[in-house]
Design a protein around this ligand. Structure first.
Ligand SMILES: C[S@@+](CC[C@H](N)C(=O)[O-])C[C@H]1O[C@@H](n2cnc3c(N)ncnc32)[C@H](O)[C@@H]1O
Ligand code: SF4
Length: 378
């Protein structure tokens, strides 16, 4: 199982909370598309003997590309890679880029999953976040997508917004349920340095929601979504039975993936690599056959820690046998010691040799992961 991620580093406007790598200057679009195709072609040998099961166009805002541009990228992938017939092909899309005709065309050129950035069903939240779309536009896009034949739609929401009450968040979750989408990703707002929200926080113009309140919002969402038939399969992700994001799940299950485009990350089971977070340096490097990425070979400790961070976040958990058979004894000993402590405190469960964080543990998942990790300088 392997996947391809393509990073489209353009946005029409900057949202006040977002620190993903992107630019609002779209003047380099044509040159970037050539660069992406060149990278796709030159790196094909890395997945030579692999079948591609997932393709994910993320960003930034991939929906700023025209249908023909997206089609061209998909053709390049099909030309150089062995793509499974039933591959999951996802497009991250902003509601303001979508129309009934565009959605039908997206379906026609091969996309079978949409991940829409809705963020909130409150106009004032959307304005605060500097989103380009309104509430009705987001709802309409989901309805159009269904009409266009999409049967695997995900929406992104953000909770823990400044001044957001528990009732307001409940309203958001209930609207999401009514929309009858297959997948919901809900993230707790993070204040990243360099964003407008971070600056406003530092200047005292925004007030962070107290942890207890965002925790209550998280708890309430889990309850409503479970009652509505969603599986809570990863800390921030919920899906209708079986309809989890196959692409993101391949990250969490430590499978190979190729990251194409500026700032994209790749993993080949042995090393990690990350392309430069600069459109011009990425393109200059590619065009002049010079380096445009950095990489590192993973140590045993890195691999063990990756296993912890990715495995403990999902309902599939971590297999004790796998830890014992893959890593040196000291890692297994540390794993068992950490496991016992959290089994006793009621934050973990262990069923048929699989260790998973339970609902109580989810609220302190960062601490649990930190305790399971091994941090020793070499
Ligand atoms: C790559 S981003 C955005 C995709 C798309 N451009 C959009 O805006 O809809 C993926 C998701 O990360 C989430 N996100 C981004 N920054 C965040 C932050 N600071 N805190 C919480 N969630 C965030 C948003 O829900 C966003 O939709
Ligand atoms: S949330 Fe999406 S649209 Fe907004 S700045 Fe980030 S990547 Fe761009």
């Amino acid at each position: 199982m392997s996947g391809i991620y393509i990073h489209i580093p353009f946005c029409r406007k900057r949202c006040h909370y977002c620190d993903f790598f992107k630019s609002t200057d779209i003047s380099q679009k044509a040159r970037l598309l050539e660069g992406l195709k060149r990278e796709l072609q030159s790196r094909a040998p890395e997945l030579d003997s692999e079948v591609i099961h997932t393709i994910y166009f993320g960003g930034g805002t991939p929906s700023v590309l025209l249908i023909d541009e997206l089609k061209d990228l998909i053709s390049t992938i099909n030309e150089h890679y062995q793509v499974a017939k039933d591959a999951e092909i996802t497009l991250e899309a902003n509601p303001d880029d979508l129309s009934q005709a565009i959605l039908s065309a997206l379906k026609q050129i091969g996309f079978n999953r949409l991940s829409m950035g809705v963020q909130s069903f409150s106009e004032s939240d959307l304005q605060l976040m500097n989103r380009r779309h309104g509430v009705m536009q987001a709802i309409q896009s989901v309805k159009w997508a269904k009409k266009a034949g999409f049967s695997n739609i995900s929406i992104d929401l953000i909770y823990g917004l400044p001044n957001q009450t528990i009732e307001e968040w409940e309203r958001n979750v209930r609207i999401a349920v009514e929309l009858d989408v297959e997948h919901i990703s809900a993230y707790n707002l993070t204040y990243h340095e360099g964003t407008v929200f971070y600056d406003r926080l530092k200047k005292g113009l925004l007030k962070e929601l107290p942890d207890e309140l965002s925790l209550q919002q998280f708890e309430m969402m889990i309850q409503i979504l479970k009652e509505a038939g969603f599986e809570h399969y990863e800390i921030s992700n919920f899906c209708k039975p079986g309809l989890y994001s196959r692409h993101n799940t391949s990250y969490w299950k430590s499978q190979k993936y190729l990251g194409i485009g500026p700032s994209a990350h790749s993993y080949d089971l042995v090393s990690r690599r990350w392309n430069v977070s600069s459109i011009s340096r990425y393109l200059d490097g590619l065009e002049n056959d010079q380096s445009y990425f950095e990489s590192e070979i993973l140590s045993e400790q890195d691999k063990y820690n990756d296993c912890i961070i990715t495995g403990l976040r999902t309902i599939w958990g971590i297999s004790e046998d796998m830890i014992q058979s893959t890593f040196s004894p000291k890692y297994f000993t540390h794993f068992q010691k950490s496991k016992e402590a959290y089994l006793k405190s009621g934050h973990l469960v262990c069923t048929s040799g699989k260790v998973c964080i339970n609902d109580a543990g989810l609220f302190i998942s960062d601490k649990i992961m930190a305790d399971f990790m091994v941090v020793e300088s070499s």
